[in-house]
Design a binder for this molecule. Structure first.
Ligand code: SF4
Length: 735
């Protein structure tokens, strides 16, 4: 049968776009045709062909290249790949051969560790075994996952490298006594020396306490890189060297965005970029580009003048800066801001406990009361002067290390000492500058908010600022550098179109973007039913609706004979369901139920699988994270119960600020933001039901607004074509 399979793709570098397109598609056919258990999947080949066509004309590297006649020299393929398409094989088997043929590299970014593990442990080794061109692949992790040998050696020797910052902050030393910590650090040093550990935090037998790890984590600001005396044995740079030899690098969205411009990964203009699980990208961008500063912990500023002064003297750097005045000025400004902040958050801060959710106070329209301006301006000034000096000292220290190799150790120690202050000064300067920024006419204002909480029994207060549109951030920082990309997920289409995602992701105005929705190979109408239940109570009547819905749910759960998943929209709703199971007529059901949070997710899923394998009923109760991430094929999930439409109402300060701004523009945030985001969530939730082409499952949604309201019907348009039914009382009819 071998000779019926596609021939091996020609490894000679293709000359033109049509040849590149043919090469990519031939490589895909070659690989999937030889994969164990191969079965032709129409949607998968459609996706591969679309990617090959979009990327074939792309010219990587040189921004000035113009396209060949009739072909663009940039291409971004946005692909919605329904469940079961096999999207990772579709992109990997086309993009990687295309890159290898041109001696280029591929950056694959995902949102979850689970997908990274699948790529590294399964998909890429399988592809490497089938492709005629050999290639190396590697997983890129952030610096902070690796130990800094220089800091570790200092701490293992009993020197407190973090003393400038940590003494007296956050209620004392972060963890245990000094002797215990020194002993732990000494053990890690020994493990490194003996080759028992490679310095990767994830490879320690037990995950270390964050407070123990933080002082020894490798970080940019304290690192002189190749001028460091520990460079040759540095775990982070050894991992980076491995990346330099990899043609395919797997990364996560956070790391991809946080390292743009830092040369830690290949530049996006020089490689093909694949963004899988791309529906997470806007949220990750929002988080990445939020500036924040701590208003309560300020004693580190008292230690700054001595540290800077000693380093400046040691390297005879004449700076003329009055360190005490600026450090005192910054601290006084922070004290004023903390006082104003506490007053703004209000008296509720006194009732905060460790387990309480943080309190937030948002400044509507990004407008600050006038008494905030003076301390913010003072903070911006003082932090700016100190930051500039830190940068000047760092420049001289790097030069010293380069020019006087004999002094490298001293220089690296001084550099690390200054570098520990730099991120804090940077966050003060950046946040104060953003808080002082007024909205330009016609442009959305910045979201500005305070957040109060409790940590180790102490009240915390921080100030945050963030631009309102993740799309413009992504355009500015990512897309304008990208030449060729695949952007994919099973949930990019909401309410029947790509518009919402393209706007949120900053691709709506990029002429290089083309979209394709590739259908799932599942026969949804045959394999699945979506039953919408009409309740007597309106879902807006929260108590009445919850009572009625839970009664119906209890009855429905009795039909479950194998696996089922119940998705709740709030913890309160889930607790009310558990309370019902623990009393009266439903106690027999309780033992069939496994509740999110009662044990780790891995343990719960193991128990669930075991019960189903033993022929028992097993029902998982969960919230949003179970609605997105669970893969429960076959009998593991024959029923999905959706207790209410999972409205993604903006409760966070950025979402609220965006809604306010849209309203001020005469636009409708419910229609523009809430409905598409809820539609995307509903697509994920219902998507738990069918995971393979032989699955059969029923989704029951108790919220009849899905059929009754116009916005509900918009959400329905974005769902696969299940057999749709309405249930009222005992009667169920097709819709
Ligand atoms: S090179 Fe940087 S991260 Fe590595 S040991 Fe030296 S200072 Fe630490």
């Amino acid at each position: 049968m071998r000779d019926e399979q596609p021939a091996s793709p020609d490894p000679t570098p293709p000359e033109d776009a049509l040849a590149r397109e043919a090469l990519a598609l031939a490589a895909f056919d070659h690989v999937v045709g030889r994969a164990p258990g191969f079965r032709a999947r129409e949607g998968q080949r459609e996706m591969a062909a679309f990617i090959a066509e979009t990327l074939a004309g792309v010219k990587l590297g040189d921004d000035s290249v113009s396209g060949e006649a009739g072909r663009p020299d940039r291409g971004i393929a946005v692909v919605q790949a329904g469940t079961g398409v096999g999207k990772s094989a579709a992109y990997a088997a086309t993009v990687i051969p295309l890159a290898l043929a041109q001696d280029k590299r591929v950056l694959i970014s995902t949102a979850t560790v689970a997908l990274q593990e699948q790529l590294i442990a399964k998909d890429l080794p399988a592809l490497a075994a089938l492709l005629p061109q050999p290639f190396h692949f590697a997983l890129a992790k952030g610096r902070g996952r690796y130990v800094c040998r220089l800091k570790l050696d200092q701490l293992a020797a009993g020197e407190d490298a973090g003393a400038d910052l940590f003494d007296g902050e956050g209620g004392g030393k972060p963890l245990g006594d000094a002797a215990q910590r020194t002993q732990q650090y000494a053990q890690w040093t020994m493990a490194l020396d003996q080759g028992d550990w490679d310095g990767d935090r994830d490879r320690l037998a037990e995950p270390p306490e964050p407070a123990l790890w933080a002082p020894v984590a490798a970080e940019r600001h304290t690192c002189t890189a190749r001028h460091c005396p520990a460079y040759n044995g540095c775990s982070y740079y050894q991992a980076r060297n491995r990346l330099a030899h990899a043609q395919v690098i797997v990364v996560n969205h956070d790391l991809l965005l946080s390292t743009l411009g830092l040369h830690a990964l290949p530049k996006p203009q020089d490689c093909y970029v694949v963004l899988d699980e791309a529906h997470h990208l806007p949220d990750v961008a929002q988080g990445q580009f939020t500036a924040h500063m701590d208003l309560m912990h300020t004693t580190w500023l008292d230690r700054l003048p001595k540290a800077f002064d000693e380093v400046a003297k040691a390297i005879t750097h004449a700076h003329g800066v009055d360190l005490n005045e600026h450090a005192r000025g910054a601290r006084a400004a922070l004290t004023d801001l903390a006082r104003l902040g506490m007053a703004a958050v209000g008296p509720a801060v006194r009732d905060l406990a460790s387990e309480s959710p943080p309190l937030t106070h948002r400044f509507e329209g990004g407008a600050l009361p006038t008494d905030w301006h003076e301390p913010l301006a003072a903070l911006q000034l003082h932090a700016g002067v100190l930051l500039k000096l830190a940068e000047a000292l760092a420049v001289q220290l790097r030069a010293n290390a380069r020019e006087n190799p004999g002094e490298a150790t001293r220089s690296a120690e001084h550099y690390a000492r200054i570098g520990r202050f730099a991120p804090r000064l940077q966050s003060l300067h950046e946040t104060a500058s953003l808080w002082l920024q007024a909205a330009e006419s016609g442009a959305p204002p910045l979201a500005k908010w305070l957040q109060a909480g409790v940590m180790h029994g102490m009240v915390t207060l921080s100030a945050h600022a963030c631009p309102l549109q993740p799309g413009s951030l992504l355009h500015h920082h990512l897309w304008r550098h990208v030449r060729g990309a695949v952007v994919t997920s099973a949930s990019l289409v909401t309410c029947g179109g790509f518009d919402h995602f393209l706007h949120e992701a900053g691709l709506a105005w990029d002429a290089a973007t083309t979209t394709r929705a590739v259908q799932s190979p599942f026969d949804h109408a045959k394999q699945g039913r979506l039953v919408v239940v009409q309740t007597a109570a309106d879902p807006k009547d929260v108590d009445g609706y919850t009572r009625e819905m839970l009664d119906l749910l209890m009855t429905d759960l009795r039909q479950v004979t194998r696996g089922a998943l119940v998705l709740f929209t709030s913890r309160v709703q889930m607790r009310a369901a558990i309370a019902l199971l623990e009393r009266g007529a439903n106690t027999d059901l309780r033992e069939r139920v496994l509740v999110q949070g009662e044990a780790s997710r891995t343990v719960l899923l193991k128990r669930h699988a075991q019960r189903v394998a033993d022929g028992e009923a097993s029902i998982l109760f969960g919230l949003q994270s179970f609605g997105e991430g669970l893969d429960l094929p076959g009998e593991l999930c024959e029923w999905v119960f959706i207790t209410k439409l999972p409205f993604a109402s903006p409760s966070d300060p950025v979402g609220q600020a965006r809604a306010d701004w849209l309203k001020a523009q005469g636009r409708d945030p419910f229609s523009e933001l809430v409905v598409p985001a809820t539609g995307a969530r509903l697509l994920q939730w219902t998507g738990r039901a069918l995971r393979t082409e032989t699955d059969e499952a029923t989704v029951i949604c108790y919220d009849a607004r899905l059929l009754r309201q116009g916005y509900g019907r918009r959400m329905l348009q974005g769902l696969p074509p299940y057999r749709l039914q309405r249930r009222q009382g005992q009667q169920t009819v097709d819709v």
